[in-house]
Write a protein that binds this ligand. Structure first.
Ligand code: AMP
Length: 210
């Protein structure tokens, strides 16, 4: 079984940022399901259209589609996987533990109001996907990506209505997974209001990679 590390937390808690940093450090493959789905949603197929409209509403995409995307995404030669945005409900968590050896689940704990403020300021490069935040991590030049010069946009699923739905889905479906993984002895809760560097340091120390 392939080793897996999971990042969980409310939208805006910094899962993606930490997952990316850890992937560089470990050489593990980083799988961000939201990014895979957004890519799928650009395709002019029935599946693409279904995924696009589900994401825009802020609802969860059906599990069957998620499992197929994961199977496709995992590369044969990877030494481990870092999941970010998966699992999001109990049946996905069951799928995860049946198919991967879950080493750790990092739960980034953030108050709802702070999370919503963070999402409101979030911008993403339309070309390379790099994330920015208007106040916490602004680009050097307004609306322009520091790395590739692409235009920065607000993700369509970061609209106030979709954000409300996603936060609701988090509390209704994802939050219970904290217990699920705690019972399995793999859960670590990290206060997500700390700086990116501090949180990463805690993770590396937990994995004995410091
Ligand atoms: P994210 O970028 O992780 O916030 O994901 C964006 C959107 O993709 C979510 O609001 C859902 O519509 C969908 N999505 C992401 N991950 C999952 C998942 N594990 N299961 C179902 N839907 C998902």
């Amino acid at each position: 079984m392939i080793d897996a590390i999971v990042f969980m937390g409310i939208q805006g808690s910094g899962k993606g940022t930490q997952a990316k940093l850890l992937a560089v450090k470990t050489g593990y493959q980083h799988i961000n399901i939201g990014d895979l789905l957004r890519k799928e949603g650009t395709k002019d197929t029935d599946l693409g259209k279904q995924v696009k409209s589900t994401i825009q509403l802020g609802d969860l995409v059906p599990d069957k589609i998620i499992f197929a995307l994961i199977q496709d995404a995992v590369s044969d030669d990877c030494s481990g996987i870092i999941f970010d945005g998966f699992p999001r409900n109990l049946s996905q968590a069951e799928y995860l533990v049946q198919n991967f050896r879950v080493m750790r689940v990092y739960y980034l704990d953030l108050e709802e109001s702070v999370a919503i403020d963070r999402i409101k300021g979030r911008r993403v490069c339309s070309q390379c996907g790099t994330n920015y935040h208007l106040t916490n991590e602004p680009p050097k030049k307004d609306s322009v990506c520091d790395l590739c010069g692409g235009v920065l946009i607000t993700r369509s699923d970061d609209s106030p209505k979709a954000v409300e739905k996603r936060v609701q889905a988090f509390f209704e479906e994802t939050f219970v997974l904290k217990d699920f993984f705690e019972k399995r002895g793999v859960l670590i809760v990290l206060p997500a209001e700390r700086s990116i560097a501090e949180i990463q340091k805690q993770i590396l120390s937990d994995l004995h990679l410091d």
